[in-house]
Design a protein around this ligand. Structure first.
Ligand SMILES: Nc1ncnc2c1ncn2[C@@H]1O[C@H](COP(=O)(O)OP(=O)(O)OP(=O)(O)O)[C@@H](O)[C@H]1O
Length: 518
């Protein structure tokens, strides 16, 4: 229990931050839910619920420490930790929700404000059998071409997805490696065989002849997955090595923050102390001259000391505009490998693996059906499987090709013809839930906004090529782990909450229609 004097000083410091300091609404929101745990010597330990909140708080650390010191009458420092038991910064107040409870209606849980006409309707034939209540059949469906579900829970409380709702594990805080992205979960096919062989070789002999390893290819083809897989493999073979995964956006933010807080040297030491640096989506550094300069020095330092560097990009080094020749030529020092779009057999195998991981039994003809329709982007392919299995689970039906055909009827990838942007998704989502775009991107953790925001993030992940940090950036500068959390949360809810499934279906259709009409 925190001492009364300390608790009172903390409260006064928060008030002063609000009244005297130019802290924005996001910062204030975070301060208000920050929990003081106690003091060790002159350091006040604070707990927040996410990396996003921690970073936010740390940017105001100096000011906070000055005010706290004045309030306590003695020099104070702060140390911020993440406590996942706290309500998350996204207001997700059921982080440890047991799978089974998600199948019951919580009476005082209004959730987001859904449009009155929206997806609680009973679909017209030939949509699958519904478990809707009689009253819901009186409503009209806004999207008769899309299968929708009644808001009542399925009669059979055995949601396949709900049973494995806790399967997804968090990203490692130190290495930033996603435990789901390993070589064992990566399907090898003609399109990625060479890249996988090179990745394996680099992982087995870090700093060897494939240094740097440069992996390039189109969106959603598995570059990030391979990058993480290298990290895991290095650590499993050499647990003593230091591995770090970083997206280009994170590298940029880290660099900018380090300069702003006068900690440039600490930044350099942190990045130069690693044995394997995995840098994702290097193309996002284009045009950021100072960050590229810093990356250039990081690269040189690491290469000189024999550390392995692996870089991914959406294009080969030669075509990377915005980088000086000296940087591009370094990218070509080692080995460059590309990943091509997966062929049909590989796509089927990926779906098979995904279904196995999710512990959902899906017959081969259904997997073939889905794989035939989604050929350019594995992320979309996976999203399609999630939708089909979620719908089958919610409506207690077997997963058949007919059902898949209905669910995916309007969900064909048409990215070549239309451009779906984060702004479009935000605008459609805000309109649909009757909230403002500002609120959607704000720090507010109200339940209704949280779910609407998570749905918008899920749709950004599925319908755009944006990276996780880029999506976080569109939603008030949130951390990429918040986007991963939102993605997992919504994928789970789609299988257990008909209204969420319907929101996703309806919004996808509205977003695609809006993109086509532009
Ligand atoms: N060969 C594969 N085997 C298993 N899963 C795969 C494979 N290729 C891609 N995936 C899955 O597809 C999804 C998208 O892959 P990933 O994020 O690695 O793509 P990317 O090439 O990095 O895309 P972007 O350039 O948009 O960041 C991930 O969930 C990943 O696990």
């Amino acid at each position: 229990m925190i001492e009364d004097a300390l608790a009172a000083a903390w409260d006064r410091a928060v008030t002063r931050m609000r009244t005297e300091a130019a802290v924005g609404p996001a910062g204030l929101g975070i301060l208000e839910v920050t929990r003081p745990l106690g003091a060790v010597s002159n350091t006040l330990l604070l707990a927040v619920s996410s990396m996003y909140a921690k970073r936010h708080l740390e940017t105001s650390a100096r000011l906070l420490e000055t005010i706290l010191s004045e309030e306590m009458g003695t020099p104070m420092k702060i140390a911020v930790s993440i406590d996942e038991e706290l309500v998350t910064e996204d207001g997700d107040d059921e982080p440890n929700e047991p799978a089974q409870t998600s199948l019951h209606v919580v009476p005082d849980d209004p959730g987001p404000h859904r449009p009155a006409s929206a997806p609680e309707a009973t679909p017209s034939s030939p949509t699958p059998r519904q478990t809707t209540s009689a009253s819901s059949s009186a409503r009209t469906s806004p999207t008769p071409h899309q299968p929708t579900l009644g808001s009542q829970r399925p009669a059979t409380p055995t949601s396949q997805k709900a049973e494995q709702a806790t399967a997804a594990s968090p990203v490692d805080a130190e290495t930033h490696l996603n435990p789901n992205y390993t070589f064992s979960t990566f399907v090898i096919g003609a399109s990625n065989r060479f890249a996988t062989a090179a990745a394996t070789a680099a992982a087995e002999n870090p700093g060897g002849s494939y240094n740097p390893l440069f992996i390039f290819g189109g969106s959603g083809l598995g570059k990030t997955h391979l990058l993480h897989a290298i990290g895991h493999e290095v650590l499993s073979l050499r647990p003593d090595l230091r591995v770090k995964y970083v997206s280009s956006e994170e590298f940029t933010n880290d660099f900018i923050n380090s300069i702003a807080s006068g900690r440039a040297l600490e930044f350099q030491n942190r990045y130069r102390a690693v044995d394997t640096l995995l840098v994702d989506d290097i193309q996002f550094l284009q045009g950021k001259e100072q960050t590229i300069e810093e990356f250039f020095h990081t690269f040189n330092a690491l290469h000189n000391q024999g550390s392995q560097i692996v870089i991914t990009s959406d294009m080969p080094p030669k075509r990377l505009g915005g980088f000086e020749e000296r940087m591009r030529s370094r990218f070509e020092w080692g080995l460059q490998v590309d990943i091509q779009p997966a062929d049909l057999e590989t796509r089927i195998a990926i779906l098979q693996k995904k279904a196995e991981q999710e512990r959902v039994a899906v017959d081969l003809p259904v997997l073939e059906f889905i794989a035939e329709r989604f050929s350019t982007n594995i992320r979309e392919l996976e999203g399609a499987l999630v939708r089909v299995t979620a719908f089958a689970s919610l409506s207690s039906q077997p997963i058949t090709t007919d059902l898949a055909a209905i669910v995916l009827k309007d969900n064909v990838s048409d990215s070549a013809a239309t451009e779906i942007t984060a702004a479009l998704i935000q605008s459609e989502t805000a309109q649909y839930f009757n909230v403002t775009i500002e609120a959607l991107c704000s720090a507010s953790r109200s339940r209704s906004l949280t779910e609407a925001r998570q749905i918008a993030m899920y749709l950004c992940r599925e319908l755009t090529d944006l990276s996780l940090p880029a999506i976080g950036g569109h939603f008030g500068g949130r951390d990429h782990t918040t986007v991963i959390h939102a993605n997992r949360k919504i994928a789970e809810k789609m299988s257990s909450k008909p209204e969420v499934y319907n929101d996703i279906t309806e919004l996808t259709s509205r977003i695609r229609a809006a993109a086509r009409s532009k």
